[in-house]
Design a binder for this molecule. Sequence first.
Ligand SMILES: NC(=O)c1ccc[n+]([C@@H]2O[C@H](COP(=O)([O-])OP(=O)(O)OC[C@H]3O[C@@H](n4cnc5c(N)ncnc54)[C@H](OP(=O)(O)O)[C@@H]3O)[C@@H](O)[C@H]2O)c1
Length: 252
Amino acid sequence: MTEQTSSYALNDKVVLVTGASRGIGAAVAKRFGAAGAKVAVVYRSGADAANAVVKDIAATGTEAFAVAGDVAKAEDAKAIVAKTVERFGRIDVLVNCAGVAEYRPFEKTDLDLFRAHFDTNVFGTIAMIQAALPHMPAPGGRIINFSSALATRPIPTSSIYSASKGAITTLSHALAKEFGPRGITVNTVAPGVIETEMTAKILKERGEGIKAMTPLGRIGQPDDVAGVAVFLASPDAGWLTGRAFIVDGGVS
Ligand SMILES: NC(=O)c1ccc[n+]([C@@H]2O[C@H](COP(=O)([O-])OP(=O)(O)OC[C@H]3O[C@@H](n4cnc5c(N)ncnc54)[C@H](OP(=O)(O)O)[C@@H]3O)[C@@H](O)[C@H]2O)c1
């Protein structure tokens, strides 16, 4: 278990984090737990991993529970939200971290690849927001969506993934305008390369090169991103909405 600390006190907050069974989402969920929030740890297939995250959060003295579902299915998104509301009464903060990524030359892309990316990365985010919105405080709700530095700095073979993450940045900007009058903020976190299962292959092939082009001189870790999400849910971030924050150790 990684020891988590947080500069923020979010004791009265209920936070739902998708993609929380591993990688960045797991670090985000644990960091919210360290800030005292109650956390719904949402996963698709990694029940054991999600339960381990719940155990880590519970060990810090706050409440968490694991909830399974495929965010790409609207009925699952509704069920995830319903179970969270049944358990904790409301959702103050929604973090859409669930995502998939596959890099492929454009000529080899097909409808299946397109659907896999846009169903989870884009529709999954939309479905979760639609389901959670009626249960979020207005004013006061916070929505944090995960894009990628590759949305604005694509590389060869990232076309479909980058397009799906570009859609998230634009969606978040538009929703910030739409939900602003209700006092709900919508922001985007756009990480650079972070060491997770998603990037294992890339880091094996190009890790040294990525490190060399990173001004801070190392490969980003899930914890490097987690605090940014918690900041965006904190009182200090109340005047931030519609913004995308590139978290890449200075690469861009
Ligand atoms: N790692 C990076 O370098 C990087 C860079 C930029 C942006 N991002 C973005 O940051 C987010 C997290 O990335 P990561 O590296 O932590 O990924 P990861 O290690 O591959 O974890 C992905 C998570 O998303 C969940 N998930 C995937 N599809 C799902 C679906 N349809 N419904 C519900 N859950 C689903 C997985 O659940 P199960 O394992 O339980 O199935 C897992 O918890 C993603 O949105 C990714 O695009 C990552």
